[in-house]
Design a protein around this ligand. Structure first.
Ligand code: 28F
Length: 637
């Protein structure tokens, strides 16, 4: 069979190698990026194949292990891969699955298969980007084995021996020549696995981190599926739910399936997460459009029908989404994605499916649950009235010239440079640190805005109060983009917006309040990576002419040890204590400072964290900040 004169065998091998070579040459085309995100994508690709097997009803448990040696193992108890040879490729099927590049795939622009569909779409991509991959296949009473290095067969397919087991185990070692980092982040994997468990009701996914000393196995399994997902997001809002039961609606048309779970809480926030074929569609798309127009229509119809509106009141989309937590999941053949990030669904038939399903079933639900309908409608009506009031307030402030971008706040010490990408805005806690920062900055490109006192708790305030607040308006004016619906990133005045607060609990609180504000009202700034936190040092360690700054206790210990003898250790209590040379050197000099870029990897995690922080009870909040400061701000260097 491996006759070297066999032309079709030769051809197929050349194709295989060219295919995987293409992946190694341009990994970004296949996994989006070679950053940490791309690295984690490898795990998702393999897990997706197990989930496919589970959705077919063949697999009950998936185990993901992060190993000590830098590899990840994914195991399922499905059917295993057919153990024979591939009919056209003239190689063992197991080898083919891991070496032949499938047409399409998520980033290749092609379709994406669902339950019972084509397995192993991403397996060969993961193999191509791994320095080593080991596969154990359990099927038909035998265990089979094959290993690859850099995508090429390294140990030929063989029968290991008899077994009772069935399923597939894949262990891969990412290639450090491909990725910027090869260190797996348990938290990132955890979030993804939990999300997938929510999206695929009943699928049981276990996570084990072998690198930890006290290894604990986490199990994600949700019989309630996306209903449980909504309950989970709203878990901290239990006291403020407008209705006890999560509303769930599903429907299908042809081979497409759509489901929606939704529940209102009494906050002003909207959390709608949409998915297509289990992939988070961050930029929405046709399914989201259909969902939004349906809930707007159904609630307006209901209000009219039962004469709940005053005069000719009409609810806008944003009114009916205030306080709404919703998960929207569609599964379809041949999903089309639009936009740069491929995170926007384009299939027009899905809009029709979601919209008509909700128009019909949500209306029935409201007819059967009039008390729920009334609560939701009342909330939407007050949102609508507040929106009208905010509009009037905004017009008033605009007339006064308060929010016009031509007027800069009086406290701002601006920089000379006008090109946005070269400039930095330091928002400094406290007037005294603000003064020092003004003295030591490089005024060519660094602007300083001192902040006095705590800013408004934005989660608890309506938009009209936020615009008018004395602490917030200078920030809005200095940044230049405007807020909310009027946000315009092209008006951004600084490339880096840096929050500089003390390294203590109060500083952490101010940072969180500011982030809440950006998260709620200028989210694109976080998404585009413009928001940073300055990291002031905790200690100055000096001996004679040598001096070092330490940003953690461990670092302090190390420097004390390295400098040896009688060193002088100074603990900074606050930014205000530093003189201008010290502040420049430790926190503002681009050559030496440490900045952390704020990212929102997972908007809903941030949302629930913010909600805990912004709750009414002070003590748990303070405690939460102390325990989770890193988590809350989702800091990334
Ligand atoms: C740890 C990752 O990849 N699990 C998989 C299956 C099951 C089948 C399959 C996979 C056959 C010919 C393509 C079994 N029996 N876990 C996994 N479980 N692939 S990958 O088939 C692949 C096709 O070419 C399977 C019957 N049909 C399919």
């Amino acid at each position: 069979m491996n006759d070297p004169n066999n032309q079709s065998y030769e051809d197929s091998q050349i194709q295989v190698l060219e295919g995987l070579e293409a992946v190694r040459k341009r990994p970004g085309m296949y996994i989006g990026t070679t950053s940490a995100q791309g690295l984690h994508h490898l795990v998702y690709e393999i897990v997706d194949n197990s989930i496919d097997e589970a959705l077919g009803g063949y697999c009950s448990k998936i185990i993901v292990k992060i190993n000590k040696d830098g590899s990840v193992t994914v195991e399922d108890d499905g059917r295993g891969v057919p153990s024979g040879r591939h009919p056209t490729m003239d190689r063992p099927t197991l080898e083919v699955i891991f070496t032949v590049l499938h047409a399409g795939g998520k980033f290749g622009g092609g379709g994406y298969q669902i339950a019972g569909g084509l397995h192993g779409v991403g397996a060969s991509v993961v193999n191509a980007l791994s320095k080593r991959m080991e596969v154990k296949n359990f099927r038909d009473g035998n265990e089979y084995y094959i290993a690859f290095e850099y995508g090429k067969v390294f140990e030929e397919f063989r029968v290991v021996g008899p077994t009772e087991k069935h399923g597939l185990i894949v262990r891969f070692y990412p290639d450090e020549n491909v990725f910027e980092t090869v260190e797996f982040d348990k938290e990132v994997i955890r979030l993804r696995l939990r999300e997938q468990a929510f999206l695929n009701a009943g699928v049981c996914i276990n996570l084990i981190d072998e690198r930890e000393e006290s290894k604990t196995e986490e199990v994600f399994v949700y019989e309630g599926g996306i209903k449980s997902f909504v309950e989970y997001i709203n878990r901290k809002k239990a006291a403020g739910l407008l209705h006890d039961e999560v509303i769930y609606v599903s429907g299908s048309r042809g081979t497409s399936f759509a489901e929606v779970a939704m529940q209102y809480n009494d906050t002003y926030n909207e959390t709608i997460l949409s998915f297509a074929n289990n992939m988070h569609t961050v930029d929405g798309g046709t399914h989201e459009t259909g969902f939004k127009s349906a809930i707007t229509k159904v609630l307006n119809d209901y209000g009219k029908k039962y004469a709940i509106f005053k005069n000719d009141e009409k609810l806008a989309g944003e009114d009916v989404r205030e306080g709404l937590t919703a998960i929207l999941s569609v599964k379809l053949e041949d999903a089309q994605f639009e936009s740069q990030t491929k995170a926007k669904l384009g299939n027009s038939e899905i809009r029709t499916l979601v919209e008509s399903m909700l128009n019909e079933k949500l209306e029935i639900y409201f007819e059967e649950n009039p008390a729920v309908a009334r609560n939701i409608l009342d909330k939407a009506i007050s949102a609508s009235r507040a929106r009208e009031a905010a509009k009037r307030a905004r017009e008033l402030t605009r007339r006064k010239g308060l929010l016009e971008s031509s007027t800069l706040p009086s406290k701002l010490a601006d920089c000379n440079e006008r090109r946005m990408e070269y400039t930095e805005l330091y928002m400094v806690e406290g007037d005294s640190a603000g003064g020092t920062a003004k003295d030591c900055r490089d005024s060519q490109f660094q602007a300083i805005l001192p902040l006095r006192g705590k800013i408004l708790n934005v989660e608890k305030s309506r938009i009209d109060r936020i615009y008018a607040s004395v602490q917030i308006t200078p920030i809005i004016l200095a940044i230049g983009t405007g807020v909310g619906a009027e946000f315009d990133i092209s008006k951004l005045r600084y490339g880096k917006i840096i929050i500089m607060a003390d390294a203590d609990v109060d500083g952490e609180h101010i940072k969180t309040l500011l982030l809440t504000f950006f998260f709620r009202h200028m989210r694109p700034l976080i998404e585009a990576g413009h928001i940073y936190a300055a990291l002031p040092p905790l200690y100055r360690i000096s001996k004679g002419k040598q001096e070092r700054y330490a940003f953690s206790d461990e670092e302090k210990e190390r420097y004390v040890f390295e400098l040896g003898g009688n060193v002088n250790v100074e603990r900074y209590k606050g930014l205000g204590e530093m003189d201008k040379e010290q502040l420049w050197e430790t926190t503002m000099d681009p050559e030496k400072r440490v900045l952390k870029r704020i990212t929102i990897n997972d908007a809903f995690e941030a949302d629930s964290a913010f909600t805990v922080l912004m709750g009414d009870k002070v003590e748990p909040r303070r405690q939460f900040i102390e325990e989770n400061a890193k988590y809350v701000t989702d800091l990334d260097i």
